[in-house]
Design a protein around this ligand. Structure first.
Ligand code: FE
Ligand code: FE
Ligand code: ZN
Length: 295
């Protein structure tokens, strides 16, 4: 079943939405929330980040939700893998747990018909970066068969704790060790990238240039749009509301409306349930997006 895939006419559109809830009615809740934000895409977690058994995906009211999406012009939803997955962990059983949850998640997302899963590469918890990168690639190699109908997108991290995949080079290294590279994508996160030390505020073009050189822009599939509570280079992962952090509204608008991000789902993961006003602030602009990027 191939459903919520992107229509051609959406390729040049700004796709903006938020991390929405699937409480109670599953995908229906997610779509209803997205409609309340007047957004055209969204992200969900299909299982709790506190662990436990996953709710059967058949209970997510898929068909009704997909119909509603079609009518509302909502496309290309993203699924975020559980935080509990850490394919870099040296701890007994953690890697195996991650492989099993990721395998299940791919099946669940196939059922929904979505084409993007975002995952955090992992944390080495003391074993070091090289160990972590090798272990993550081993995990991906034991999960991916090459028959997946989706992209598994590695998220760029903020450099906090013992996380890996903070620099674009680390992401590229993981990708280089994976057999089915055609199934891999990358998710940028404006809070993480800025906090790690990429100046996406003053030179987002430069960041994209580096991305293209190191990874290849064709792998950029998803973007998380967050402000940051901390300055550039702080290596802290604290999301701030749009316009209330170190990035600021203007920089975030430039990113969201950047031509290279057209057709790519851009997802807010900000605190406090202010998505509606944040999306409004980004989209209701005096200067049109075209004006900013006229050749
Ligand atoms: Fe994330
Ligand atoms: Fe994120
Ligand atoms: Zn974050």
């Amino acid at each position: 079943m191939s459903v919520a895939v992107q229509k051609d006419e959406m390729k040049d559109k700004v796709l903006l939405g938020a991390n929405v809830s699937v409480a109670k009615t599953g995908l229906l809740a997610a779509v209803e929330e997205t409609i309340r934000y007047d957004a055209n895409t969204y992200m969900i977690y299909t299982r709790s980040n506190r662990g436990g058994k996953a709710r059967p995906i058949e209970q997510f009211n898929r068909d009704e939700a997909l119909q509603m999406m079609k009518e509302a012009g909502i496309v290309d939803p993203v699924v975020h893998l559980s935080y509990l997955v850490n394919l870099a962990s040296p701890k007994e059983g953690t890697w195996e747990y991650g492989v099993s949850v990721l395998t299940q998640e791919i099946e669940r997302v196939h059922y929904l018909g979505f084409r993007y899963i975002v995952m955090h590469p992992g944390s080495h918890v003391g074993e070091g970066k090289d160990y972590a990168i090798r272990r993550i690639a081993e995990g991906l190699n034991s999960v991916l068969t090459g028959n997946e109908d989706l992209f598994l997108c590695l998220e760029t991290m903020a450099g906090d704790g013992s996380k890996v995949g903070n620099s674009l080079e680390e992401i590229a290294e993981i990708i280089s060790l994976v057999h089915h590279q055609d199934k891999l994508g990358v998710c940028i996160d404006t809070c993480h990238n800025y906090s790690f030390g990429y100046d996406v505020v003053n030179d987002f073009d430069g960041f994209l240039r580096t991305f293209d050189e190191v990874i290849g822009l064709q792998r950029l599939k998803v973007a998380h749009i967050n402000d940051s509570k901390n300055p550039m280079g702080s290596c802290k992962d604290r999301h701030a509301n749009i316009g209330e952090g170190s990035l600021g509204l203007e920089a975030i608008k430039r990113i969201v409306f950047h031509p290279s991000l057209r057709g790519i789902p851009q997802i807010l993961e900000t605190p406090g349930g202010k998505y509606r006003s944040e999306i409004d602030a980004i989209l209701s602009r005096e200067r049109g997006p075209e004006e900013l990027y006229e050749a």
